[in-house]
Design a protein around this ligand. Sequence first.
Ligand SMILES: Cc1cc2nc3c(=O)[nH]c(=O)nc-3n(C[C@H](O)[C@H](O)[C@H](O)COP(=O)(O)OP(=O)(O)OC[C@H]3O[C@@H](n4cnc5c(N)ncnc54)[C@H](O)[C@@H]3O)c2cc1C
Ligand code: FES
Length: 296
Amino acid sequence: MNVREWLANERSTRLINPSQVTHFHLYQMRPVMSGTNSIADIRSTIVQTRRISSDVSIITLDCPSVAATAKPGNFVNVKVNTSTQPLLRRPFSIHNVDENLIEIMVKTIGCGTALFSDAQKGSTVMVLGPLGNCFTTTGPDFKNAILVSGGIGTAPMLFLEKALAAQGKKVINLIGGRTKEDLLAQNLSNCRCATDDGSIGFKGTVVDLLRRELQDIEKEGTLKLFACGPNPMLKALAKFCNDRLLACDVSLESVMGCGIGICYGCSVEINTPEGEVRTVLLCKEGPVIDAKLLVV
Ligand SMILES: Cc1cc2nc3c(=O)[nH]c(=O)nc-3n(C[C@H](O)[C@H](O)[C@H](O)COP(=O)(O)OP(=O)(O)OC[C@H]3O[C@@H](n4cnc5c(N)ncnc54)[C@H](O)[C@@H]3O)c2cc1C
Ligand code: FES
């Protein structure tokens, strides 16, 4: 069984013998260095949980080492309980940072996210991070930032918006969902929404909304797009941006195991600037990539 098959198996059956994977060091990781960031595996206390919709919660963790070095787009890999079921950690974007605290926005879709959402205030979880690369927010080449998100892809946008605003960039949020219940616009500014069923805002996809709004936004000056959401949405957005030569960073999703480049469970194919295709590990060279490199 290769690692991808093993990861799929663990996620679908959960009947896994931990001895199969001890060499991946999935329980307790030592601090490692990635680029200039120090990654630590910290037992973190849940200081607050807030349900913001029927299936989405915001979990606040006391996590000073991650809070000190995290950048927008980074994620953490969380061991949601002390049991071997589920064995693997689950990756979550950093939603917000406030002094020693980090916030995670969690949508319940399966066993790991359900356990994390239901965790009690005062309990602890192991948090490995900050992991992955980050959105490129600096540079004089844009004045306006368009943040495009769909569903739980809105999770990293609050942290990103704050970083962009601190650099004097004007931020516009385009937020999509299937219905108004799927929109997660809390605390974001300058929001324009799209829903598939038209229950609120523009009726259609968030990329259709961008197509409608772009001319007006472009009048306000140079721009760059930042996106997170389901991969089909990101592919449609990348095509839209690439056709118009618009700069765009996209944060991709994949199933992950270790989160630090050991298990090879998160490999994806991307284009190279030379026009070839190469395989990267999303947990290390992603999750953020230049939309020009996305294989659409
Ligand atoms: C870099 C990164 C950042 C993420 N940030 C967030 C976040 O901020 N908030 C949040 O709620 N979720 C986030 N996710 C997704 C989250 O990690 C998954 O929802 C979670 O791992 C599912 O675990 P589970 O045990 O609940 O579901 P499982 O029982 O493992 O899976 C349930 C179903 O969802 C599918 N699935 C599981 N993981 C993924 C995935 N990553 N992409 C697509 N389909 C998947 C499975 O194939 C299965 O069909 C992120 C994922 C990545 C890779
Ligand atoms: S999640 Fe293990 S290599 Fe990326």
